[in-house]
Design a protein around this ligand. Structure first.
Ligand code: 7PJ
Length: 284
């Protein structure tokens, strides 16, 4: 398994799982919509996440929750770029940009974005070409359908094999466009065109996606797969979110995309202490 993620100005050690903290700058995100619209609030949130042990800040200006409306290029740029610039001026932290738009990708990379996180896996026009001209890592996420309708009737022949096939096709498309394989991160896309049972099957079998020998990113934080199971609102999903994060890490997810950074970092430390101690006892 690849242990180092090389960003243009910095590398991230992936020998233990790292935390990506979610910073939404959308007015309608489902759990913290609107709260961090103001720059000051966003910066305070970043400062707190850094104190709590975050490795990557993921800025998103397009809500992709089920049913969400499309956002214009101009709106997305106005939401994302000032926050990105302000973070890069003040903090030494890797920043990823959660976007599917080529213009947002290129502008963000010009302004210092370290990673592109695309829930549409670079399938939109011009994205492959733009990324080929750069050397930032890219997260390719699997989604069935589009946010507006994706939860209506998800269906697969074999969800694991179908997603593996999708990953292989996107890896091939990237390589053909000139994006080197070692720049890629894979994500099964929890909640993106998957039923409750399918989400848990993916979590249980996440380690199967290690066959690509690329870093795996997992994003389950506060999602419906937790809320629907527990019948809890977004702000009451911490225990469920931590449990899914730890299961994902055990299955080999090296980057965990979360809202609750401190709690996830603590939980990961407990997991790591346990895994190290089991390695030590095996050596005896
Ligand atoms: C994900 C994401 C995810 C990646 C969102 C939400 C919806 N990017 N962006 N993986 N989810 N890579 O946070 O509930 O699961 S937005």
């Amino acid at each position: 398994m690849q242990q180092l993620l090389s960003c243009p100005n910095k590398s991230l050690d992936l020998s233990t799982s790292q935390v990506m903290g979610i910073l939404n700058v959308t007015p309608d995100s489902f759990s913290d919509g609107g709260k961090f619209i103001q720059l000051d609030n966003a910066l305070k949130q970043v400062e707190q996440m850094l104190e709590d042990g975050v490795s990557i800040i993921d800025i998103g200006g397009e809500s992709t929750r089920p049913g969400a409306a499309n956002v214009s290029e101009t709106d997305e740029l106005t939401r994302v770029i000032p926050v990105l610039k302000a973070i890069k001026q003040r903090f030494d932290v890797l920043v990823s940009i959660d976007t599917s738009k080529a213009v947002v990708m290129s502008t963000a990379i010009e302004q210092g974005a370290d990673i592109i996180n695309d829930v549409r896996a670079l399938q939109n026009d011009d994205c492959l070409g733009i990324l080929a001209q750069t050397n930032v890592p890219v997260c390719l996420m699997h989604m069935q359908g589009l946010p507006r309708t994706m939860q209506q009737q998800p269906s697969y022949n074999n969800i694991i094999e179908d997603i593996k096939l999708f990953f292989q096709q996107r890896i091939d498309a990237c390589e053909q466009a000139g994006i080197k394989r070692q720049r890629l991160i894979l994500d099964v896309g929890f909640g993106f065109g998957k039923t409750l049972a399918q989400n848990y099957q993916l979590l249980a079998e996440l380690s199967q996606f290690q066959c690509f020998n690329l870093p795996l990113l997992s994003g389950t934080s506060r999602k419906s797969m937790i809320g629907d199971l527990l019948n809890q609102q977004a702000e009451r999903r911490l225990a469920g979110s931590l449990t899914t994060a730890i299961i994902a890490a055990q299955q080999g997810a090296q980057i965990l995309r979360v809202h609750d950074v401190k709690e996830t970092v603590d939980a990961l430390k407990v997991l790591q202490a346990t895994m190290q101690s089991s390695l030590l006892s095996e050596e005896k």
